[in-house]
Design a protein around this ligand. Structure first.
Ligand code: DGL
Length: 274
């Protein structure tokens, strides 16, 4: 069977995962679903995010996807178990890279930046209990940061000041590893690095998820064709023109994105659940 990867997020953030996967496997068919009609997920009730994630997951499988990647920490936190239980395809989620942050920290103090939903979720508490017991973990919810990225802002005063406010205190206390716990934040990693003193590492999980996805494709004996690189097919549940504008802004600010085609309304309207 052919590998056909469906990837979703609340908006543009999941493109950090799409980009990492496309860089690894340029001939892999990828379908990206940006649920901008329901953006942001971060402050929503987990049950609501779960229902939405199930709707999107089913939709991607119905469209022929043979692997599902949840390129959203908030949705993975709220819905990964249910997606795995309900869908007939392998499901790969994403979580804040707290484990590598704890391993790489020399000071024993790490910082996690994530949405309110991810910070409050049980999955992150479990991750901390299982993999970060020997370090001090400071989790900082960043309401509003994903909203700026969703507009295509990867730098600029607003992004700068939100990040500076989040990291200044923890870094002064000795934090030397920052885990990015929201896929949108991959697009502000450069700005963040510019704010941090030498020796403080920024860790993004996008590439690890891409690597895991390719491993799962191989483990399941799914085939990736040869030939010319394929563009990513994408759908947006909200305003396609706004999404395109944000992608253009990100490209202009130097973010590499794969070729993308076929933006069109997906038919999953705001509030729709299965
Ligand atoms: N990109 C999503 C994540 O990784 C969150 C953005 C939102 O709040 O919708 O958590």
């Amino acid at each position: 069977m052919l590998a056909h990867v469906g990837i979703f997020d609340s908006g543009i953030g999941g493109l950090t995962v799409v980009r990492a996967l496309h860089e690894r496997e340029r001939t892999l068919p990828i379908r990206y679903l940006a649920d901008t009609a329901f953006f942001p997920y971060g402050g929503r009730d987990p049950a609501e995010v779960r229902a939405r994630a199930l709707t999107l997951g089913h939709s991607l499988v119905d469209q022929g996807c043979t692997v599902l990647v949840v390129a959203c920490n908030t949705a993975s936190s709220a819905a990964l178990d249910q997606l795995r239980a309900e869908l007939p395809v392998p499901v790969i989620g994403i979580e804040p890279p707290l484990k590598p942050a704890a391993e790489q920290s020399r000071s024993g103090r790490v910082l996690v930046l994530a949405t309110e939903g991810t910070v409050a979720g049980e999955r992150l508490a479990e991750l901390e209990a299982n993999h970060a017991r020997d370090v001090t973990v400071q989790m900082v919810p960043m309401p509003g940061l994903a909203d700026l990225v969703e507009l295509g802002e990867a730098s600029g005063d607003r992004v700068h000041s939100q990040l500076a406010e989040a990291v200044t205190g923890p870094v002064a206390l000795g934090a030397d590893a920052v885990a990015l716990g929201c896929t949108h934040y991959g697009f502000v990693a450069q700005t963040l690095r510019g704010l941090l003193p030498e020796g403080v590492t920024v860790i993004d999980a996008a590439d690890a998820v891409a690597r895991r996805t390719v491993d799962v494709i191989r483990e399941r004996d799914l085939t990736i064709g040869a030939g010319d690189p394929l563009p990513v097919v994408y759908e947006v549940t909200g305003d396609v023109a706004l999404f395109d504008q944000a992608m253009a802004c990100l490209r202009e600010s130097g973010e590499a994105l794969p070729p993308m085609v076929d933006a069109r309304k997906s038919g999953l309207m705001a509030g729709g659940t299965r």
